[in-house]
Design a binder for this molecule. Sequence first.
Ligand code: MGD
Ligand code: MGD
Ligand code: SF4
Ligand code: MO
Length: 709
Amino acid sequence: MTQPGTAPPRTRSTTGSPTGTATHCPYCSLQCGMRLERVGRTLNVAPWAEFPVNEGALCRKGLTATGLRGHRERLTTPLVRDTTTGEFRATSWDEALDLIASRIDTLQAESGADTIAVFGGGGLTNEKAYALGKFTRTVLRSSQIDYNGRWCMSSAAAASNKAFGLDRGLPFPLVDIETADVVVLVGSNMAETMPPAARHLDRLREAGGQLVVIDPRRTPTAERADLALQPVPGTDLALALGVLHHLLAVGAVDEDYLAERTTGFEGVRLSVAAWWPERVERVTGVSADDVRRLADLLAAHPKAMILTARGAEQHAQGTDTVLAWINVALALGLPGRPGAGYGCLTGQGNGQGGREHGQKADQLPGYRSIDDPVARAHVAEVWGVTPESIPGKGRSAYELLEALGTDEGSRALLVFGSNIVVSAPNAELITQRLEALDLLVVADIVLSETAALADVVLPVTQWAEETGTMTNLEGRVILRQRAVTPPEGVRSDLDVIAGLATRLGSELVFPTDPETVFAELGRASAGGAADYSGITYDRIRDERGVFWPCPATPDDAEPHPGTPRLFADSFGTPDGRARCQVVEHRGPAEPTDSDYPLHLTTGRVLAQYQSGAQTRRIKDLPDTGAFVEMHPLVALRLGIEDGNLVTLSTRRGELRAPARVVTTIREDTVFVPFHWVGVNRLVNDALDPSSRMPEFKVCAAALRVGGHR
Ligand SMILES: Nc1nc2c(c(=O)[nH]1)N[C@H]1C(S)=C(S)[C@@H](COP(=O)(O)OP(=O)(O)OC[C@H]3O[C@@H](n4cnc5c(=O)[nH]c(N)nc54)[C@H](O)[C@@H]3O)O[C@H]1N2
Ligand SMILES: Nc1nc2c(c(=O)[nH]1)N[C@H]1C(S)=C(S)[C@@H](COP(=O)(O)OP(=O)(O)OC[C@H]3O[C@@H](n4cnc5c(=O)[nH]c(N)nc54)[C@H](O)[C@@H]3O)O[C@H]1N2
Ligand code: SF4
Ligand SMILES: [Mo]
């Protein structure tokens, strides 16, 4: 937490003077601190040892992140698609923005305000996410805005809001892992997805603590575990019910805590009665002994921490799965106890801040609900519009995309910070929807697979070339500082938004200076759950950041210190109590059958990031292409050898890729990373009923050797 008045920490060079610009990695939610140093024409990544989250450590992606600077595939001029040849041609910014504005005017005159949709990203800075939400609601007057965070941690966010009345991924600093007795990771491969954070796991174990990892694959993270459980994909909910059943059976629940700090446990108590460990074994494939072992471990240690990530969340029952684990945490009295509790390991660089300031369909800045009249009035005042003019709730990410170009959906889409063609589920259908649009505009730094389909491509600045705030997985608001001048011809997303607002005749102010936008965002967030109004750039420059909520204080008072730890005395619900919720296990939306006998799950490898738009272009990162990870028994049965080309199919499509035969995966499951085009054509689009999260983590698949039909 920032101590106002203390000198900014500096890395010293060998000559003793501070070097480089203190900033943060462009990729994941750890937002590792780094220094960018100019040496001649190159920009080097150097450690920033004092930044507490990573203490100078960086993964391969962070270390090579400057590789996109000066890259030959970097976009430096706007492109428009020539209507006669169908090819892109370079154009001026004025022509590109004029064209977009006139197309928007025409389409809206024909089909109404909602015909223009906007798709944002959890990698965008807080300032950009805020400006995008404001632009969509005030200039476009469209309700149709959502973002890729819906595909990330939205089930955990929905569950935390339901149970705790507040969603901050981790309600405590990550370093608290080291002081726990037991840490349970449900569906997180932290050693590959946030490598510097795995130090906390090592230190936990050095201090005598124990690690439990729940993952259908024995990952590098699971290699560190004292107890590694490998459930059938999509059965974590049943596992949690079984753990709670056993905790009740042995009398290990904290009845005082439940009585004082929660409501609803009686229903939960009844609902887990039938989930005895032997039944759980039949559903999950985890032995009854291991179910009891996990429950006993939790019962024996007061400082237990349960952390979920995408493996547990990216399911059609993701919200209920997280709620089931939150019930376990509440039954043990963990939330609010130092060194204990429940948390979600958010994924994208600004996965936390990106879900707080209004690029989500149902949301206004400060993590306010767009349905709340008080919130609407407050934000309308900051924006200088009437509350009635702010549209209502729009469609969720997948539903928005699925409707594009149809009678019900929008005719135009503006994309900022997502590579939908690679990362959306049921990607073949979604690609067709993008192709059916009257206008597709993509702002990006490279010609991603999505940008390649656009009518207009806008080249924007990348992280090291611009300043802005990010909120990491702990709720720590930090400042990314500009370290180099952007190449000629590119503009920031904030410039794009302001340029379009002016051309669309808006009289509202869209500042392009990020610090000015942040001050406005602070005012808009004031009084909301995610209150940033007490945070200024000066407080977080070269510093360790400030945890929200951080409300503004009167001029003569001390600044609010920020809130590293939440829930010590009360939760974010109206009565301050957490809500225990009854949840039922249903299992994957698409069960296996004789035609599709395997579970397909998807996820990440260490050296690639997301859709790969950025990391596949960095030459120092291995670019293996997709592969199908399978157990030797599956390979033997189908006559497959390691490295053979195989065809993986589901009810939606096929993928041809080499086999990777490993003993670390379940025999009924195959795994494919999603960093390359292809696997998402196979992935199911079943949605969670409350978070609208697609079921990326399990669908039914068939496998055969060879690449021919
Ligand atoms: N290297 C790298 N790091 C990243 C990213 C990246 O693309 N590459 N992306 C960032 C982002 S946006 C995110 S969201 C995070 C994601 O971080 P993680 O959640 O750690 O990553 P995933 O690989 O998606 O999923 C984690 C694990 O879930 C397991 N899993 C699959 N199905 C199930 C299931 O049904 N139950 C359980 N318990 N586990 C299951 C998979 O085998 C996988 O090992 O990573 C962030 N960091
Ligand atoms: N099968 C499967 N699919 C998945 C997942 C999975 O586990 N399995 N995980 C899901 C998850 S958790 C996530 S988060 C999504 C992520 O998937 P995407 O939304 O596709 O995420 P990125 O690849 O990070 O795309 C970001 C794009 O924005 C560009 N960009 C970067 N910075 C900026 C900027 O400042 N401004 C603008 N305008 N553009 C910028 C990048 O070059 C890139 O093209 O994928 C989801 N899809
Ligand atoms: S762990 Fe995440 S933030 Fe840290 S260097 Fe790697 S990608 Fe960047
Ligand atoms: Mo994510």
